[in-house]
Design a protein around this ligand. Sequence first.
Ligand SMILES: NC(=O)c1ccc[n+]([C@@H]2O[C@H](COP(=O)([O-])OP(=O)(O)OC[C@H]3O[C@@H](n4cnc5c(N)ncnc54)[C@H](OP(=O)(O)O)[C@@H]3O)[C@@H](O)[C@H]2O)c1
Length: 427
Amino acid sequence: MSGEEAPTQQQEPEQVKKTDEPPPAAPEPQLEPESSSSPTPTEEEKPLSSRALVLTGYGGYEKIKLQVKTLKKPQLKPGEVLVRVKACGLNFAELLGKQGLYDLLPAPPVIMGMEGSGVIEAVADDVKDRKVGDRVIAMDRCGMWQELVVVLAKRTYPMPDEMSFEEAAALPINYMTAYMMLFEMANLRPGKSVLIHMAAGGVGIAATQLCQTVQDVTVFGTASASKHETISQGGVTHPIDYRTKDYVTEIRKNSPKGVDIVLDPLGGSDTQKGFGLLKPLGMIIAFGAANCVTGQKKNLLAMAKTWYNQLSLNTLKLMQTNKAISGFHLGYIDDEELFDGTIFKLLELYKQGKIKPRIDSCYHFEEVAEAMKRMHERQNIGKVILLPEPKKREEKPKSNADAVEKNEAAINEKKEEPAEEVKAEQD
Ligand SMILES: NC(=O)c1ccc[n+]([C@@H]2O[C@H](COP(=O)([O-])OP(=O)(O)OC[C@H]3O[C@@H](n4cnc5c(N)ncnc54)[C@H](OP(=O)(O)O)[C@@H]3O)[C@@H](O)[C@H]2O)c1
């Protein structure tokens, strides 16, 4: 990463606040509000309670509110299922979405979250291939960060028995992204070399594991120095600390001709560097713009620099370089066969023990600010998971992190405070 895009000082965490004000109305797209008309409700009419994380506006952590809604059991439309969510994935896209930088996220108020796992609680009459009690991965464009969610049955995927809910929530987006880029676009083959940026992050670890499924692939991985031991054990051949070293120089030392494939989630000047590093017939895949993000709030200067430094060249020049530039965005893949085929291949690789999501840490919904802060402050190694279940007061944070820094300990102290739930909304 170039100097101008180095991380800036982060702001202090701002917890989801308790308030007596009624929270802004969040979309509850498929769940019907409870009706008070029936004095003795039948089993079907019994009210359900659902916790949800609602993005109430663009900005800092305080814009995400935990709301608890009381609802009637939803009337499912054809093709739908009701899932009780046990775990959800936090993705970089939600860091962008909170700042208003993710174009596929509807405007606030909106429930974020694109992936989760849980147990099916009800199915529409026409749904024959899912049943109550099935453990499933569930996906949608947004709305997964809630305890009860209605999704299309065809966007649910049965979990292998040995898979935990946390692993199931960590798998879809990171691994589908990595798989489609490496195998569908770049056609990774034995003996090739790959540069993986953010190699200790969710997509980075997924891409590294998938590279291990092909013989003799050399992986150059950029990550903060404290994560190098872990990513080396995970399959990164040459870990590079991009914060203190120029990764282009480091790669050229080991491989003077450069690399065959660059996965570029950074954008700006890093795309230019990545393109320069490609061997003849190599391919760079642009799939993110993390350089636009320097903290919890929007940074217009970083965005302008990233845009100004982006790679731009005409097709004649491209021809003369003998290199390929591709773009990838999972959110715009609408080919269902490709989508489902990929996830089924990944579940098969999981069953064969060839891939396994690395869970960095799990945070309850009331700790969403800490979860996001962990990613913003570049501390995660692997996937950060959100849990709808309320935090028990005595519970210690579940984290795989090897070293927890002092300020992290301070955050965890706060986790012992009473739940910060927003007052239940009785629609
Ligand atoms: N196009 C798609 O379909 C698609 C799908 C999924 C993800 N993505 C992109 O892939 C990238 C990785 O996503 P992810 O969800 O797996 O996140 P992630 O890699 O877990 O993100 C956090 C890690 O990234 C590194 N990092 C580098 N620049 C950063 C920055 N400006 N702010 C915070 N952390 C930064 C940090 O680790 P180190 O300091 O150790 O590197 C940090 O710990 C993102 O750019 C995301 O937008 C794209």
